[in-house]
Unconditional design. Structure first.
Length: 147
């Protein structure tokens, strides 16, 4: 019976290792939650990129098929007909050109997790601590019986 209770220390070390791996390991719940957050960020970014793509498609279609829009855009870029002249007025600021936003690049962050070696060390120390406590308790119990 005495030897069997020392197996509890090994069992406790294995249990602690399993729990820490499941919670904080490379494939644990913490890393999974971080990856889900990154997935949500990427989904939001994809939606905004889809909206930008739709806007650019509308601008492209209006430039391809609407002559008046093409004329306005060309004048905004500084082009003119042969009969037209540009007058530059100093002091009104820089000519602002319409540019479309290409969106922004979102790089997915690597999930932060506890390395396997650290989890092994923690579980070994916990199991060893339980084993030492049980041994000290038995030694003290043995010495009390002698006195």
């Amino acid at each position: 019976m005495r030897a069997v209770k020392y197996l509890f220390a090994i069992w406790a070390g294995v249990l602690i290792y399993a729990l820490l791996s499941v919670m904080f390991g490379a494939k644990g719940f913490s890393a999974l939650r971080q990856l889900e957050n990154e997935r949500d960020k990427q989904a939001v970014n994809i939606e905004s990129l889809k909206l930008i793509g739709q806007e650019l498609e509308e601008v492209t279609n209006s430039l391809l098929y609407d002559k008046s829009t093409l004329t306005v855009h060309a004048k905004g870029q500084g082009y003119a007909n042969e009969q037209e002249r540009f007058v530059r007025i100093v002091g009104l600021g820089v000519n602002q050109k319409n540019t479309a936003s290409p969106g922004r690049v979102i790089i997915a962050a690597e999930p932060q997790y506890t390395p396997e070696k650290t989890i092994m060390i923690i579980s070994f120390c916990a199991g060893a601590s339980i084993l030492i406590c049980m041994a000290v308790f038995d030694i003290l119990k043995h010495f009390r019986g002698l006195v």
